[in-house]
Design a protein around this ligand. Structure first.
Ligand code: HEM
Length: 224
């Protein structure tokens, strides 16, 4: 499969993940179907990237590579817990395999989802340069343009500010501490607002990671 299609599938997975967070916007079956397609995409994603796993023990680790590896391990652990708990609390798609009245498992499922969100954002940030390169090629963009660069930077700044506000509004810090995991967003009031909030949260942490890595690489290049 071409890298362009793979990246399109990655973005589809991001959309499905955020849709999964909007549990109270759907009925249970829809949530489970969205989650099942999401996990099918993740399995395919790991099959496409299987060679990476063979390189983990080889070569030297500088800070960017160390971060990349820790984040992929965090992704793997959080997504496996999310998948395992999904099956145990399923009411529709995997109901035959589920446990009865598994309240602790349900709480774990909701808790780990927000950690998976953070890992997802940072993971996207570590691969962002590649996403940009593939997008440039797909759009036939050659060379640089200050106007384009500054437009993209301004868009990133807007998303980042929105991401900070959304982090506070959605109580992400509290959710990550497992203090209050149920999302009581009022979808009758605004559905778009929910998606804009979580997508900007992903954008914020991805951008911080991407700029952080650029800084580290630049520092290494200057030292060399
Ligand atoms: C919605 C979830 C995810 C998104 C948006 C995402 C995004 C990406 C992107 C854009 C790339 C580079 C292009 C590509 O190969 O497709 C990538 C590479 C990779 N991803 Fe993911 N990913 C996700 C989930 C995961 C999970 C759950 C794992 C591990 C369990 C994972 C492991 C990897 C690995 C091993 C690579 C190759 C890394 C490298 O070459 O340095 N990804 N991911």
């Amino acid at each position: 499969m071409t890298i362009r299609i793979r990246i399109l599938l990655d973005f589809l997975a991001v959309g499905l993940f955020v849709a999964g967070l909007a549990y109270w916007w759907q009925d249970n079956l829809t949530h489970e179907v969205i989650g099942t397609i999401f996990f099918a995409l993740l399995i395919a994603h790991n099959v496409f990237n299987r060679r990476w796993y063979g390189t983990v023990k080889k070569g030297r680790y500088d800070p960017p590579r160390t971060l990349n590896t820790i984040v992929i391990a965090g992704m793997a652990i959080s997504m496996l817990i999310l998948l395992g708990t999904s099956i145990l609390i399923s009411q529709d798609v995997f109901a035959a395999l589920a446990l009865d009245g598994a309240f602790a498992v349900r709480a774990a499922h909701m808790f780990v989802a927000y950690w998976a969100l953070v890992f997802l954002a940072v993971h996207l940030g570590t691969r962002w340069q590649m996403v940009m390169n593939v997008t440039r090629q797909a759009l036939g963009i050659k060379g640089t343009s200050p106007l384009r660069t500054w437009t993209l930077r301004a868009a990133t700044a807007i998303v980042a500010v929105k991401g900070v506000l959304a982090t506070l509004e959605m109580g992400l810090g509290t959710k990550l501490r497992f203090e209050y995991a149920l999302d009581m967003w009022d979808f009758n009031e605004s559905t778009l607002g929910f998606f804009a909030n979580y997508l900007s949260i992903i954008g914020l942490y991805a951008a911080l990671t991407c700029y952080g890595l650029t800084f580290l690489r630049e520092r290494k290049r200057r030292k060399a």
